[in-house]
Design a protein around this ligand. Structure first.
Ligand SMILES: C[S@@+](CC[C@H](N)C(=O)[O-])C[C@H]1O[C@@H](n2cnc3c(N)ncnc32)[C@H](O)[C@@H]1O
Length: 204
């Protein structure tokens, strides 16, 4: 059977309010990710959340007093419509990656559970580095679908969508090959049933 487009699947999820379940489920990992970068964000910054879903992380980031601008980007039109309904003043863009590029660069890129839906996520890391980030800009992304997390290996079949499965070392090498410095790899929010969200951090 031909694979479905991930953004269509997530638009269906909005109709079933499953975006709200993701918000609850992903919050422990995102909170850890934000606690890793918050001490480094001691200047006014412009940020983007890539694959923002209903925009909940944008609204969280906007509470940081140093955040002068936050943009959310998602390829699911229904996610973006919902984000704008919740937060009419917010800056949410309906765009599919990897083809879309921003007109201005950011000081922070955040992304949760998005990268592996791409056919070539390591090329996306290079694009983020070259076309999305200001000098000294920070990048942080979390993913639950990775080689070492065996419990997730059935997801592509279950959802019938493409997912790119890479190892922790592949991601680390991808960050370094993209040009990032000060690269850190973490596994956060683990528990007895979960080896943790793989978090990659780097600086331009
Ligand atoms: C698992 S959800 C995560 C949403 C949000 N980050 C969260 O944690 O609740 C993945 C999101 O990535 C978006 N997405 C997947 N592939 C995409 C693509 N090629 N371009 C833009 N967005 C995409 C989906 O529409 C979906 O909203």
């Amino acid at each position: 059977m031909e694979k479905l487009d991930a953004t269509d699947v997530f638009s269906e999820w909005v109709s079933k309010k499953k975006d709200e379940g993701m918000e609850i489920g992903h919050a422990p990992s995102v909170n850890k990710m934000l606690s890793l970068i918050n001490p480094k964000l001691n200047y006014m910054f412009a940020a983007v959340d890539v694959g923002c879903g209903n925009g909940w992380v944008c609204r969280k980031l906007s509470q940081n007093q140093k955040c002068k601008k936050i943009v959310g980007i998602d390829g699911s039109e229904k996610m973006i419509i919902k984000a704008k309904e919740i937060d009419p003043e917010g800056n949410y863009i309906h765009a599919k990656l990897p083809h879309w590029k921003p007109q201005e660069k950011f000081d922070l890129i955040h992304s949760m559970e998005f990268l592996y839906y791409l056919k070539d996520p390591l090329k996306m890391l290079k694009d983020f580095f070259n076309f999305w980030l200001n000098p000294d800009g920070l990048f942080i992304a979390g993913i639950d679908y990775y080689l070492e997390n065996e419990d997730c290996h059935s997801w592509p079949e279950k959802l019938n969508v493409h997912m790119t499965k890479l190892s922790i070392n592949d991601w680390k090498k991808g960050m370094l090959d993209a040009g990032f410095k000060d690269v850190e790899i973490h596994q956060v929010a683990s528990n007895e049933n979960f080896i943790g969200t793989l978090v990659m951090f780097g600086k331009k």
